[in-house]
Design a binder for this molecule. Structure first.
Ligand SMILES: Nc1ncnc2c1ncn2[C@@H]1O[C@H](COP(=O)(O)OP(=O)(O)OP(=O)(O)O)[C@@H](O)[C@H]1O
Length: 231
């Protein structure tokens, strides 16, 4: 279970609070207006930002003071954060060993991850030579080899067309189900939340609401979400 315990961050005029838990293996969408703090929340959980107050706990253990690399977290950003000068396989290998001195078993893990995301035979290519959808798959393969308990996605598929995005969301759902990982995903599109996340939280007015059933939330949105959805 991920617990955000009276978590608060203040950056200039902006302040965000969160106080709830997410069950292990859950898939949670974070929905809310631009600038409301969705990325900020993911960065707090990943350790790229420090809270002003409160704690982040994983399975009851306080991880608030841990550096990002030591947290049980994989994070995927909108730009897929590939290193352009490294091959696709090397980019995935970085998820296992930052110095890329992979053992035979780790090379095999990379090959298996490539295969699982449908990129068999493309490991030797540079990321820039892959299509947008293939780059997203490669980024997912890196998350997959890391086998971390918490997977954070910050609108990674927003540049893809609707059909490809739906395919990637289904792949993410399948992968996190296989590994038992807990997923938090930022999305601007309520249909993304419906497709992949049984639970959703609203990020608005300086607060992240406790997770609730996605369909119920979207059917009866609170005022802040109603304004955002344009309903
Ligand atoms: N270093 C900073 N100092 C002051 N304010 C900041 C700083 N960094 C971010 N902010 C503010 O924090 C708020 C939350 O930003 P964040 O990127 O988390 O929003 P978001 O919900 O992810 O937005 P979007 O949907 O547009 O990506 C914004 O209002 C932003 O201006």
């Amino acid at each position: 279970m991920l617990t955000l315990e009276q978590l608060r961050i203040t950056q200039g005029d902006f302040s965000l609070t969160a106080d709830f838990s997410v069950p292990q293996g859950a898939r949670l969408a974070l929905i809310g207006p631009s600038g409301a703090g969705k990325s900020t929340l993911l960065n707090l959980i990943a350790g790229y930002l420090e809270p002003t107050a409160g704690r982040v706990l994983w399975q009851g253990r306080d991880i608030t003071g841990q550096p990002p690399g030591q947290r049980p977290v994989s994070m995927l950003f909108q730009d897929n954060n590939h290193f352009p000068h490294l091959s696709v396989a090397q980019n995935i290998g970085l998820g296992l060993r930052p110095d890329l001195r992979l053992s035979a078993a780790q090379h095999e893990q990379v090959a298996q991850a490539l295969s699982r995301v449908g990129l068999d035979g493309l490991g030797g290519r540079k990321p820039g030579t892959l299509s947008g959808g293939q780059q997203s798959r490669a980024a997912l393969a890196r998350v997959l080899v890391q086998r971390r308990a918490l997977v954070l996605l910050d609108e990674p598929f927003s540049a893809l067309g609707p059909a490809l995005k739906a395919e990637m969301l289904d792949l993410v759902a399948a992968l996190v189900t296989e590994t038992g990982a807990t997923l938090l995903m930022v999305s601007h599109d309520p249909d993304d939340a419906r497709r992949i996340a049984p639970l959703a939280s609203v990020v608005a007015d300086g607060t992240v609401s406790a997770p609730m059933d996605t369909e119920t939330l979207l059917a009866t949105p609170p005022a802040a979400l109603r304004a955002y959805l344009g309903a």
